[in-house]
Write a protein that binds this ligand. Structure first.
Ligand code: R5P
Length: 296
């Protein structure tokens, strides 16, 4: 059975259509003091459950999600999986300054304590090779690159794929290979949550192409906005921005508009007005693969 956390109904419905499985309703409301009330509406004893909850803005959802998983286990669910199309808390993956919390590790421990398996899309793996380094439960990760490449192939005539920083190379290179386009990667130094510096290689030989900026996460959008300015400085046409996870802060879209980008497109791992690439079929295949692998 599949159970959508509030806000994930559309993605969960896409999964249900792909997998042909039953939906389980979950009531989640807040008491006046802000605590959560949770209730599963149907019986699911001895059944396998997949809870669908994209983990953008994770501090508002995680406690309720853990309560739901623990309740499902108490009420007799067989195995309980988490489908988090966007997996939060992956970016603080080391102690950059003395005393900092390495939240990716603590978050992974909490999720691993409550679920039997995890499916996500393109987790932000920078200094780690796989989710298995921090998650104690089996996981499957769906790669968005082929879907991004397909969208670009259908919507941009002569693309130049541009990664705004070295971390984005894994997506930029994969997308470029899949759509038969050249790619370049810029170099970024992060100075603060909303302050970055970006250097671009020469783009002179690509002036006849449409730049397509690719990144895994668009958060404050300062990375994409500055990369777009670097492109404009070199006289190329305004870029199309393609992001996997639309974790947009409230002013992010404005920052991109002010930088003069031509279009902003994201996948539906986080619900946002820029969503144009539906990954529910891809995630459904990952759910099938992890269930086959775990023989559940
Ligand atoms: C960074 O490591 C990621 O790949 C993205 O480049 C970053 O999360 C984007 O953040 P922002 O939109 O706040 O510049």
């Amino acid at each position: 059975m599949i159970c959508a956390f509030p806000g994930n109904e559309t993605f969960a419905a896409g999964l249900r259509a792909e997998l042909g499985i039953e939906m389980l309703d979950l009531e989640w409301r807040r008491f006046p003091d802000g605590e959560s009330y949770l209730r599963f509406a149907q019986d699911f004893r001895h059944r396998d459950l997949a809870l669908v909850c994209s983990l953008n803005d994770p501090d508002t959802k995680t406690l309720a999600l853990l309560f739901a998983a623990r309740t499902a286990r108490e009420l007799g669910a067989a195995r309980i999986g988490l489908v988090a199309p966007y997996l939060g808390y992956m970016r603080q993956d080391r102690r950059f300054k003395d005393g900092e919390a390495i939240t990716s590790v603590h978050f992974a421990a909490l999720i691993s304590s409550a679920f039997d398996w995890l499916v996500t899309v393109d987790p932000h793996l920078h200094r780690r090779a796989s989710l298995g380094e921090i998650y104690a439960i089996p996981s499957a990760t769906a790669a968005a690159a082929p879907a991004l490449a397909q969208w670009i192939g259908e919507n941009v005539a002569k693309p130049l794929i541009v990664g705004p920083d070295s971390e984005s190379e894994q997506w930029a290179a994969g997308v470029a290979a899949a759509c038969g386009a050249p790619h370049v990667v810029m170099s970024k130094t992060r100075l603060g949550d909303r302050r970055v510096e970006i250097q671009s290689p020469s783009l002179a030989q690509w002036k006849d192409r449409t730049p397509v900026l690719i990144d895994d996460i668009i958060s404050s959008a300062r990375t994409m906005a500055l990369a777009a300015r670097r492109i404009a400085e070199q006289g190329l046409e305004a870029p199309v921005c393609v992001g996997v996870h639309a974790t947009f802060s409230p002013d992010a879209l404005d920052a991109l508009r002010q930088a003069g980008v031509a279009r902003v497109v994201t996948t539906n791992t986080v619900t946002h007005e820029t969503n144009a690439i539906n990954l529910s079929a891809l995630v459904a295949r990952s759910i099938e693969s992890i269930r086959a692998r775990e023989a559940v």
